[in-house]
Write a protein of this length. Structure first.
Length: 113
């Protein structure tokens, strides 16, 4: 008996199943490019520490990295509210209440960070 080490998993198309896609999907490439730049910033900070650069210069780069992450988070939150939460609100019921709670919890986590 031969056992295959690779399996094909059929992921259902959310649009075909009557579900919507994520709100950020139209800007996916832009988000990926921003995250790639953020990764570069993090590697730069790592390199600065390895090279024992001046503390304030490192802190300045950390502030820039934090601002970049915050920008991505705010964009994702905005997309989520405009797409996922709005769709759930239009449907109403328990699903809408759950989506509002989920968004509220995400905002609370974001504000605490």
């Amino acid at each position: 008996m031969t056992i295959s080490t690779t399996e094909t998993v059929n992921t259902p198309d959310p649009e075909a199943a009557g579900e919507s896609t994520h709100g950020y999907i139209t800007d996916k490439d832009r988000y990926l490019a921003r995250v790639k730049r953020i990764e570069g910033q993090a590697r730069g900070i790592h390199r600065m520490i390895e090279e024992e650069q001046y503390c304030i210069d490192i802190l300045t780069q950390i502030s820039a990295l934090t601002a970049a992450l915050r920008g991505v988070a705010l964009g994702l939150l905005d997309d989520h509210m405009k797409h996922c939460v709005l769709d759930a609100a239009q449907l109403g019921g328990d699903a809408a209440e759950a989506k509002f709670k989920e968004a509220s919890d995400a905002i609370a986590r974001f504000v605490r960070s």
